[in-house]
Design a protein around this ligand. Sequence first.
Ligand code: PLP
Length: 404
Amino acid sequence: MTQFRPRGAVAPLRRPAARATTVDAAVAALRPEAPLHCLRPQAVTAAARAFVAAFPGDVLYAVKCNAEPTMLRAVAAGGVAHFDCASEAEVRVVRSMFPDAEIHFMHPVKSRAAIRAAWTQFGVRDFVLDTDSELTKILEETGSQDRGLVVRLALPKGSAAYDLSGKFGAAPEEAAALLRAARPHAARLGLSFHVGSQCLDPAAWTRALALAAEVIGAAGVAVEIVDVGGGFPVAYPGSEPPPLAAFMEAIRAGAALLPEGVRLWAEPGRALVAGGASVVVQVQCRRGDALYVNDGVYGALSDAGAPGFRFPHRLLRLDGAASEVTRAFTLFGPTCDSADVMRGPWMLPADVREGDWIEVGQLGAYGTALRTAFNGFDHALVTEVTDSPMLATPGYEAAAARAA
Ligand SMILES: *Cc1c(COP(=O)(O)O)cnc(C)c1O
């Protein structure tokens, strides 16, 4: 099997011999002392299938969100035949698994070597850009036959959990000029944007599409594709997004402003894979309201650190029942860095103790993908389960409010 990470960088997830079909059974069989990643590929396939059915255009999976082969296969099984890659390594792994997939190179700043390899070795034909110099690079490193060029438009600061407006994208006038400059060199010309990750407001897409329509009008050239990016949200404790249909309605409303015949693309990451994994961590030490666990912000729980995401969670104890009284805990990860803290709050039985396990849900997105080998804590196990995605933590909001 192709390994996404260079050998030696981060230990690959280890598959234990014991097989189990539920998280509870896996924990009982393995009594895991390393973080245990519980994959739910069928949940990813279902989410991908639902998105493909709802979206009025082509669906490109944003590979960076989770590039594990099991997840890539699950996304493809849901009907996704396009992949949004941002590096040569991502392009390589997708091509090795899916010889017929359409791969789109959607990072606005690429090395010449990556562009060249994508074009010549891996059959990538679509490239994004947000500057004149990137356009020059792409034109110099690719052939002219069937070349697709997509201009990334910057959006005003929005309402997403992760704002992406500061780093990439051309301002509207620049984007119009880039469309004009790219037009003679493109078999397909597109305009793309990203409203920001975990964006809870469907109207953000309508506004962005209205701006895209203005830019296309100002450019005065034909555009074949508008790419509405990723950012589609999922549920986390205390954050319940509107249903997917509301986002699709907002996109249809915005798309009505575009010139006739424009094809839509979307680049969902989080929305397809978040429910596809949970991670079971073990409590190694309790000190008052602080729990020291075996995974943290340098592992799969990066977003629970500084970004402050709250993840659904529950206690697993094999020998006896836990207290029915819950209270708020802070989690510390295993590294020696004081930034390795996840404030939650984590609502857990008041008598949680060393040796207990905690299942943390919704980690299929930006969990596995962000693991590092810092401090040597990269050893983790992986197994597949048939449980439904782990969503809400029952009573979380009330309990967290009482604790605050
Ligand atoms: C990260 C990223 C995505 C996926 O974003 P999600 O919020 O996970 O849906 C899509 N497109 C681009 C260009 C990205 O950088």
